[in-house]
Design a protein around this ligand. Structure first.
Ligand code: BG6
Length: 470
């Protein structure tokens, strides 16, 4: 597909707001290192944050983060990146901070400002950039979560649009930068065999699981303001649903993909109380930064309907949680059983009939489950998987891909304002109106009510990773 805005000029500097933070340390410096290594980052990088750091402190942080990312570090590349760094420390509410940034940017004229900061600071920084004249010919890359409900997302959009034109705003959802997720779009529309069955006539229901076997990892304070629904469901899981559910784009171009994805969000039925199960792992309230009586959900399961011609009546079951039994992301598109029971076991009373399974994490694979006859006189068989292992060795990390794309003005893998608003509109009713959380044990698959939610269609498919299953 032809990239959008590819002809736009490359950003000639990268500004990392939140340079001393967790995200920068875990994801961004390793990505910048890889970009430097591949020759796609060769511009000044200005780190900016509230701390009174020196350039040396920043260089040390970047080095530590790159060294602990498990990369085979090439010292020449590392030095090249470190030589491009500079640091500005200051309060984002103070115009002097932006003046100092301007000075650090020197003769560069087309900076890309990346906001790896707490969402509450997005408006301050965006306005500060505008007031200092630093938005001219610039791009802004905004981390998720983009807003915390429909009203705040609209407000943030309005602020961003008052300072930057839409084509200069890049709203990140790092799931869109993952190969296995890009492959959903490719796999669906580069093949013809799926299309005839990819609809309400053949699909009984769809399941999506994003499970993590660890807790909030010191991010208790952030989690208290977010919860699972805001943290990963409204964005990461919804993006996957959009790719699975969208109509074929009408032409070859990324704008067409954006339109079709947004249409899926528009067709989603707003959630109601009974569609959602919220859980909290036992011990969450003891995490630093978490209230002793917190009702924030660390697990969320929901039933979703897409009221479109293609998907009318097909439930989509989504679930995500921390401290679950496995770390994995899997999709299961379950097909209806054959219409007539010609063999005793060909129409399972419970359990799944044929399905397509996409394993997105920790590895990438696609499997198609079908029944095959067992050897012998009886016409009985087993459910087996045709299995396609789709590993991408040396693939780019999402942040490498997304930062590179944003810096050349390529908006393909970013979310548009319309899609974000429409996705918030779906979850908005249950952000306030929901049942209390149910406590679940660490290492389980979440609260029992989540099983009851899916019961009319059978059981959750629990991804298996630890026993080496793919
Ligand atoms: C982030 C969430 O957006 O996505 C985290 O804030 C979550 O809570 C993470 O753990 C999952 O991303 P990945 O790429 O590790 O699957």
């Amino acid at each position: 597909m032809a990239p959008t805005n590819a002809s736009q000029a490359r950003s000639d500097a990268l500004v990392v707001f939140g340079a001393t933070g967790d995200l920068a340390s875990k994801m961004i410096y390793p990505a910048l290192y890889q970009m430097t290594k591949k020759g796609v980052l060769d511009v000044p990088v200005v780190g900016i944050a509230g701390s009174k750091w020196t350039l040396r402190d920043l260089q040390k942080r970047a080095t530590d983060s790159i060294e602990s990312a498990g990369l085979a570090v090439d010292r020449t590349v590392l030095e090249r990146l470190l030589s491009k760094l500079s640091y500005v420390g200051g309060n984002y509410n103070d115009p002097a901070t932006f003046e100092a940034l301007k000075k650090a940017l020197g003769g560069t004229v087309r900076p890309a400002h990346y906001l790896a900061i707490p969402p509450s600071l997005f408006p301050t920084v965006i306005r500060g950039l505008g007031a200092a004249g630093l938005a001219n010919n610039a791009r802004v890359i905004v981390e998720k979560p983009f807003g915390r409900d429909l009203a705040s997302a609209r407000e943030l959009n309005a602020i961003a649009r008052s300072v930057f034109p839409e084509e200069a705003i890049f709203r990140i959802d790092h799931y869109l930068g993952k190969e296995a997720i890009m492959n959903i779009l490719y796999f669906r529309f580069a093949n013809s065999f799926l299309e005839p069955v990819w609809n309400r006539n053949f699909v009984s229901h769809v399941q999506l699981t994003l499970s993590e076997d660890f807790g909030v990892k010191g991010r208790g304070l952030f989690y208290e303001s977010a919860g699972c629904l805001r943290d990963v469901v409204q964005n990461h899981l919804f993006q996957i649903v959009a790719l699975l559910a969208m109509e074929p784009p009408a032409y070859q171009g990324y704008e067409a993909v954006h339109v079709e994805k947004a249409n899926v969000f528009h067709a989603m039925r707003p959630l109601v109380r009974d569609d959602v199960v919220r859980g909290q792992y036992n011990g969450y309230r003891d995490e630093p930064g978490v209230a002793k009586d917190s009702d924030v959900e660390t697990f969320c399961a929901l039933r979703l309907f897409i009221d479109s011609w293609r998907w009318e009546g097909v439930p989509w079951y989504l679930r995500s949680g921390k401290c679950l039994a496995e770390s994995a992301v899997e999709i299961l598109v379950a097909f209806k059983p054959p219409p007539q029971r010609l063999f005793d076991d060909s129409r399972p009373a419970s359990g799944l009939a044929n399905y397509v399974r996409f394993r997105l994490q920790p590895n990438s694979a696609i499997a198609l489950a079908a029944r095959v006859k067992r050897a012998g006189q009886e016409f009985v068989g087993d459910q087996r998987e045709l299995y396609l292992y789709n590993e991408h060795r040396g693939e780019e990390t999402p942040y490498e891909r997304l930062l590179r794309d944003a810096m050349i003005g390529k908006g393909t893998l970013f979310s548009g304002e319309d899609a974000i608003d429409a996705a918030w509109a779906v979850v908005d009713p249950v952000l306030a109106d929901h049942r209390p959380t149910e406590i679940y044990e660490k290492g389980s698959w979440g609260p029992k009510s989540a099983d009851a939610l899916i019961a009319p269609y059978g059981e959750w498919h629990n991804p298996v990773v630890s026993k080496g299953a793919k």
